[in-house]
Design a protein around this ligand. Structure first.
Ligand code: NAP
Ligand code: GLV
Length: 321
């Protein structure tokens, strides 16, 4: 009987599937992130780990789990895992690519629209009883989205799904920057490959969809914000540390850029006070990119499928390469 540890609450039917496959499952049935000590204590005799992208699975955790055969991350990003260290030990790492693409693209567009049209501020205004009727010079004059220039940094799965929404739904022209060209997107929607600097200078909306790596950490720093138009709105649904939060707060405060829609933060769950105090055209979400019920169920299903496969001696469905 293989032992499985799950670091967070997971849907009952998925836990049952693991038990039905003959495994001994312990699920941490508590809210909030697991502490380092608790994590280290609970991995000592396990064969499989199902974890969150907020759980740091580094060399120390891997060393504390001598029997570990698979780490199944509940999400697509895996910057929380030391993949080379796992590989060195022969541990398989899996994630959930594709399963959350459209859901995360929906959230990206929701943040873009909310920041541009000041939806959150308008909602607060109405609830505070301040709405006294239609006026030409209304309080919440925002930015148009239709027909504007959309810049995507990281035109992969999610970036492409966002670009489609912008191009086909809102008549936007799409600029993008990757390390490699995405010729399919170029053909499909006329997306134009440009340098990072060119994208910053020409876009009205910039959506960030790169993974967090040593190359992308603080890709958006003060210099990057200085290159943007003063009317630009930045949307980050990738990883917090891709954007220097201090520089973002400065750029918003000083009018270097116009607004932001942010789902991810440098030191989650902490949020830079400079961002928290800004309300005009700044919309903050608590890392809910993939948070539709159907998609979260799918993530759990995929992680469980991967664990069952590996513990049965089969190939994983979504190995991280
Ligand atoms: P993906 O398909 O791998 O796309 C990533 C894109 O980034 C690729 O187009 C890649 O193109 C580009 N890229 C990678 N390194 C780059 C660099 N140094 N400079 C420029 N471009 C670079 O991944 P995805 O499924 O779209 O997910 C993207 C990220 O979104 C995940 O890694 C995760 O961190 C984040 N995410 C967040 C949420 C949320 O809830 N907020 C939900 C899902 C995912 P090249 O290889 O050609 O450079
Ligand atoms: C969410 O942030 C993910 O990477 O799936």
């Amino acid at each position: 009987m293989a032992k499985i540890y799950v670091t967070c609450r997971v849907f009952d039917d998925e836990i049952e599937r693991l038990c039905d496959a003959g495994h001994d499952v312990t699920m941490r049935d508590q809210e909030g992130p697991i502490s380092r000590d608790e994590l280290l204590r609970n991995v000592s005799d396990i064969d499989a780990l199902i974890c969150l992208l907020s759980d740091e699975i580094d060399v120390q955790v891997i060393a504390a789990a001598p029997q570990l055969r698979i780490i199944a991350n509940l999400g697509v990003g895996y910057d929380n895992l030391d993949v080379p260290a796992a590989r060195k030990r022969g541990i398989i790492v899996t994630n959930t690519p594709g399963a959350l693409t459209e859901t995360t693209a929906d959230l990206t567009f929701a943040l873009l629209l909310s920041a541009a049209r000041r939806i959150v501020e308008a909602d607060e205004y109405v609830r505070a009883g301040k709405f006294l009727g239609w006026e030409l010079l209304q309080e919440h004059l925002g930015h148009d989205v239709f027909g504007k220039m959309l810049g995507i940094v990281g035109l992969g799965r999610i970036g492409t799904a966002v670009a489609r929404r912008g191009h086909f739904g809102f008549g936007m022209d799409v600029l993008y920057h990757n390390r490699h060209r995405n010729t399919e997107a170029e053909e499909e929607m006329g997306a134009c490959y440009v340098s990072f600097e060119d994208l910053l200078a020409r876009s009205d909306f910039i959506c960030v969809h790169v993974p967090l790596t040593e190359e992308t950490r603080h890709l958006f720093d003060k210099d990057a914000f200085r290159l943007m138009k003063n009317s630009t709105i930045l949307v980050n649904v990738a990883r917090g540390p891709v954007v220097d939060e201090e520089a973002l707060a400065w750029a918003l405060e000083s009018g270097e850029i116009s607004g932001a829609g942010i789902d991810v933060y440098e030191n989650e769950p902490k949020i830079h006070p400079g961002l928290l105090k800004l309300r005009e055209r700044v919309v903050l979400a608590p890392h809910i990119g993939s948070a539709s019920e159907a998609t979260r169920r799918l993530l759990a299903r995929i992680a469980v499928d991967n664990v069952i496969a590996v513990l049965a001696g089969r190939e994983p469905i979504n190995p991280v390469s």
